[in-house]
Design a protein around this ligand. Structure first.
Ligand SMILES: NC(=O)c1ccc[n+]([C@@H]2O[C@H](COP(=O)([O-])OP(=O)(O)OC[C@H]3O[C@@H](n4cnc5c(N)ncnc54)[C@H](OP(=O)(O)O)[C@@H]3O)[C@@H](O)[C@H]2O)c1
Length: 250
């Protein structure tokens, strides 16, 4: 069988590195997008030591030139792309909405929203050349307006905050609109909810592992042809057991 090609952004650590590892274990070539060469090369070496076909590619998702360079390199080497996991993300605490600076919002949106559009548009021609491409946007239940405004959900205990939740809500709409544009093509576009995972993003306070979070992206990256598109899918926080997954409300 022809090897499938997967590009994962922010793949040098956390959920992104685990996603690359798991897709590699599925037999895919894992292209590790990282903005820092030393961190990207270290991740590449770690995965290659596990016999994974891993390749570091320099990719800062906020830099359109860097996204174009990656698209050119992937096109020249493979001629197509089968999987794109838009995983790179940042979280900045902005205080309550009434004290949030637009500059902080802008910074978070640059990576979590505009970065996804930049990278997706750069590689979409390559995804269209694949037999059945999958785009996974790593979002969060924190971006679900329904979940965040439900007084009976665990989210109600969190302090009100704008930058990260609003960026993931925007990413959910970005996902829905790409899915709408690509409906009727073999490209499926879904948003992933990894659940609350212990990574650098949250000073390792999460109650799930990065590998468990990555399994959500891998599920959506390997959907069969009759699988869904235009959904937010992943860990259900309020569910009784640790392995509870399903479709979340936007
Ligand atoms: N952890 C959770 O509980 C949780 C829950 C829901 C959703 N998520 C989402 O999961 C994704 C991965 O987060 P994580 O928890 O694994 O966090 P993490 O360990 O902090 O990893 C974030 C990754 O994104 C990269 N990144 C940030 N800005 C970038 C840019 N401009 N260009 C390229 N790469 C960039 C980081 O690279 P550097 O090493 O260079 O900074 C790092 O590789 C994020 O989208 C996050 O919002 C996480």
């Amino acid at each position: 069988m022809t090897e499938l090609i997967a590009l994962i952004t922010g793949a040098n650590k956390g959920i992104g590195l685990e996603t690359a590892r798991q897709l590699g274990c599925h037999g895919m070539a894992a292209l590790l997008g990282a903005r820092d060469e030393a961190r990207g090369r270290a991740a590449e070496a770690a995965l290659r030591a596990e016999d994974i076909d891993a390749h570091y590619v320099e990719l800062d998702v906020t830099d359109a030139k860097s996204a174009r360079r990656v698209a050119e390199w992937v096109g020249a080497r493979y001629g197509r792309l089968d999987v794109l996991v838009n995983n790179a993300g940042i979280a900045v605490r902005g205080g309550p909405p009434s004290e949030t600076s637009p500059d902080v919002l802008r910074e978070v949106f640059e990576t979590n929203v505009l970065g996804v559009v930049t990278v997706t548009n750069a590689v979409l021609p390559l995804l269209r050349r694949a037999a059945r491409a999958r785009i996974v946007n790593v979002s969060s239940e924190i971006g679900s307006v329904t979940f965040m405004s439900d007084r009976s959900s665990p989210a109600w205990q969190m302090p009100a905050s704008l930058p990260y939740p609003a960026s993931k809500a925007a990413l959910n709409m970005v996902t829905a609109m790409y899915a709408k544009e690509l409906a009727g093509t073999p490209v499926k576009v879904n948003a992933a909810n990894p659940g609350y995972c212990a990574t650098d993003l949250n000073a390792h306070s999460g109650f799930r592992s990065a590998a468990e979070g990555a399994s959500v992206s891998v599920h959506l990256a390997t959907l069969p042809d009759d699988g869904p598109t235009g959904t937010l899918w992943g860990h259900l926080w309020g569910a009784p057991g640790p392995g509870q997954y399903g479709t979340l409300p936007w």
